[in-house]
Structure formats: structure tokens, C-alpha cells
Design a binder for this molecule. Sequence first.
Ligand code: DX5
Ligand code: ZN
Length: 220
Amino acid sequence: MSVRIHPSILAADFAHLADDLERIRTADLIHFDVMDYHFVPNLSFGMPLFESIAANSPLPLDVHLMISDPLRWAPGYAEAGAESVTFHAEATESPAQVAKAIRAAGARVGLALKPGTDVDDYLELLPEIDMVLVMTVEPGFGGQAFMPETMPKLARLREAVDASGLEVRVQVDGGIDERTISIAAENGADTFVAGSSVFGAESAADQIALLRETATAHRH
Ligand code: DX5
Ligand code: ZN
């Protein structure tokens, strides 16, 4: 699977969003962080902004739901055209049911794990999902420092995915820049969310290219 770079528009300049979408057109997907002041102590944006970006962006959208009760909201994003919808394992007692609802609504399914959540409890779900997101910061805010202590979990997940023979992407999110992306790639990630390192760069296109090259060089 080739490396994918997903800029997180949480770090975009919302007064100039059209310009910022243009700056990241060489990326693979747009990462769209939905926060609800409940599952995480922050509020971001929801369906109205999603619909407007989906209607105007040439890139597909990767939705990351940091919300309680994902079963209630996730299928709506799939119906509205998300390429993938990721929900948190910690936010539901029935991840298999949420995964099924997202697939039925026409999107790929992502399962996200907070830094402290064990991956072993969820490996049996691999056939029901298309991506696992290993959070490399506590979800809720952009601009935090990458947590290297999540790397053993990432490596264990990579091993399990390879052993399964399934086409499941392995995503990391939080504190990814040109230095930390090499560590995450070495430990098995193939899909990389980057907010501040892309939008904070003078040239977002150059930064996307650098992230892509660095990750590709460090994959096994
Ligand atoms: C954090 C979000 C991330 C965030 C990443 O809870 O899920 O997607 O935007 O931002 P950076 O790359 O700045 O850590
Ligand atoms: Zn995210």
C-alpha cells in the first residue's frame, strides 16, 4: 500500500479556507476532525462545514469523529460523501455495529484508539474495518507533541494486519512532522495525518512532498 498524507484542516485558517484547501491539493485526503465538547474537551465543526467542503474540494474526505454516540452520527457523514469515517473504540460499546452502519452507508470504516487503549482487544474486528487509527497524542487538540510510547502498539497492529492478509490501512494522527513521521513509518504506519506541520509550513506542497518521501523511505 502506498503512503498517504492527510492534512488535518483543524490547523487551517478558516477565514481563508478556500486558499488553504488549494494549498494542500497534492495531498491524498483531507482529514476532518469532528469534536463535541463531550468525548474530548474541545469543539470543532460538524455536518454543515463538512457538506460545504465536500461540495468544493477535489480531494476526498477522511472524517475523524471524536464524539460520543458515534452510531447516531457516523452514517450521516458516509451518506454525505465521506470516503472514510473513523470513530473511537472508547466511545461505543458496540464497535462492530458502528462499523457495519458506516459500511452500509457507503464509506470505508476507521477504528481509532486513544494512546492508552490496547489494540489487542480489537484485533478480532479487523475483517469489519478498513483502517485503524493509532492516536499519537491524546485526541482533542492540534499542535501537541508526538507520543513515542504509542509505537509498540503500532508495531503490534502492523504485525497483526500483515498476518491477517487483509487490506487494512494503519493511520497515525498527532504530532506528525518530518522527524516523527520516520518513526511512525518504521513502526508500520502507512497513512499519516498532519495538521500544524503542513499548514504551518511556508509551502504546504513542499511539506507534503517531504512527508511523503520521508515516510516512503522509512517503510519496511
Ligand atoms: C487531534 C486531531 C488531529 C490534529 C492533529 O485530536 O485528531 O487530527 O488535528 O494536529 P497536529 O498534526 O498539529 O498534531
Ligand atoms: Zn484527527
